[in-house]
Design a protein around this ligand. Structure first.
Ligand SMILES: Nc1ncnc2c1ncn2[C@@H]1O[C@H](COP(=O)(O)OP(=O)(O)O)[C@@H](O)[C@H]1O
Ligand SMILES: [Mg+2]
Length: 401
């Protein structure tokens, strides 16, 4: 045992902090607010569910605002970003949302293991829902804060120690209002994470009885706090750390739809068994308080060229059958590159690799997210009272068809 370990730790932390400050100083000069990509009129039309000529006609007759343009060689192209597309949806009266009389749906990505694409899919799911017009809150409950930095926020530069879920879990649920940040997506807000979140487990374990009494069950604090702001959103997407600690368990307790990303490897089967056993244990102790309505497994990082992988997929689907989402995500170079650049696929204007690889990755990601949206909609449908008089609203499009 080293006798001066405390001094060694202090000195290492001091030296590390000095270097970190220098790096942050440098980054501070190069770190800019992120913005949304520009998309073409084709993509805008696809997202709006109208034709290009309808968009042009609505712009010509003044119902739509004049679009921005950019030069591409000799031609001038109309360009739009997702916030603008959402404003056009509002004009058309075609903005999707949750049905009247239904609550927000909380989608939580969870697994005991790291590296199974929880963060990747949580980010892409949230951005897909936002670009389709839903009001989304993304909650980063992982102290590693990978998702937070993908949204262009560097915890060490842009955030205070308490700009995360910690005060909500340790002080008062009322503080959830203060930790929600706007992002460059008009309809996607973020509760960011930072490393200091890591102390939540320890501090909850050390709570004195009065505080514990005041704050209520440690597993249900996030859910209670979320309910205070949930009216502002259609869907809440939560990314969790690779462990079933207090943060993950709070996220699970708040979830309606639990998505378990899983890589098709032999050892994944064992860890998923472990996961379900722990989850069952938690649920049996808090049955009345846990709101999970549906559990789906999502096969990720699937190596299409490996015969072994195909064998494992068969095993996993025979074990979990109906729980598996209908679409999976294959290994994709484009997704790897995107992660290195801290962007989501939906934020890329010019792919770094070939257009073909990029399109393939986008199509797969779209299909996975469409399957998740299908689950969300069916949860809404199962709670909404059937409407008898569905009268058609007149559409702005009627003028230009
Ligand atoms: N389909 C995929 N193809 C290639 N790389 C992927 C894919 N999905 C995720 N990755 C990469 O795998 C790594 C782990 O993903 P991540 O989402 O951070 O996992 P987790 O949140 O479960 O720890 C990241 O580098 C990510 O870019
Ligand atoms: Mg992660």
């Amino acid at each position: 045992m080293i006798t001066n370990l405390d001094q060694i730790c202090d000195a290492a932390a001091d030296r590390g902090e000095q270097i970190q400050r220098k790096i942050l100083h440098h980054l501070g000069h190069t770190h800019h607010q992120k913005t949304l990509p520009d998309v073409t009129i084709q993509r805008a039309a696809e997202l709006l569910g109208v034709s290009i000529s309808q968009i042009r006609a609505l712009e010509a007759n003044g119902r739509f605002p004049q679009p921005r343009t950019r030069r591409s060689g000799v031609i001038t192209q109309r360009i739009y970003n997702y916030n603008e597309v959402n404003r056009l949806r509002d004009i058309l009266g075609e903005r999707p949302g949750r049905p009247t009389d239904t609550a927000h749906i909380n989608v939580t990505f969870s697994n005991l293991k790291g590296g199974v694409a929880k963060t990747t899919h949580a980010i892409h799911c949230a951005q897909y829902l936002a670009l389709h017009g839903y009001r989304v809150l993304f909650v980063d409950a992982d102290p590693q804060a990978t998702a937070t930095s993908t949204f262009g926020i560097l915890p060490d530069i842009d955030l205070d120690e308490s700009d995360n879920l910690a005060p909500v879990m340790l002080d008062s649920g009322d503080r959830i209002d203060q930790v929600v940040k706007k992002t460059y997506w008009g309809n996607l807000d973020l509760i960011p994470a930072s490393l200091s979140l890591q102390r939540v487990d320890l501090l909850i374990a050390r709570e004195n009885p009065e505080t514990a009494q005041r704050l209520g069950s440690p597993l249900l604090r996030f859910r209670a706090a979320l309910n205070r702001i949930a009216d502002n959103y259609d869907i809440v997407v939560v990314d969790t750390p690779p462990a079933l600690g207090m943060l993950s368990l709070n996220a699970i307790a708040a979830a309606n739809l639990l998505i378990i990303p899983i890589e098709p490897h032999m050892f994944s089967l064992g860890s998923s068994v472990q996961y379900f056993r722990i989850l069952r244990d938690v649920i049996s102790r808090h049955r009345d308080s846990i709101g999970v309505q549906r559990v789906n497994m999502l096969l990720t990082r699937v190596d299409e060229n490996s015969p072994e992988t195909q064998g494992v997929i068969k095993l996993l689907t025979s074990a979990y059958g109906g729980m598996c989402l209908s679409n999976h995500m294959s290994l994709s170079r484009e997704l790897q590159r995107a992660a290195t650049d801290h962007v989501g696929l939906y934020e890329i204007e010019q792919p770094r690799g070939s257009r073909e690889t990029f399109t393939r990755a986008m199509q797969m990601m779209d299909r996975v997210n469409a399957a998740i949206l299908g689950q969300i909609r069916s949860l809404w449908e199962s709670t909404v009272p059937a409407k008898s008089d569905q009268t058609e609203k007149p559409s702005v499009l009627d003028d230009v068809i």
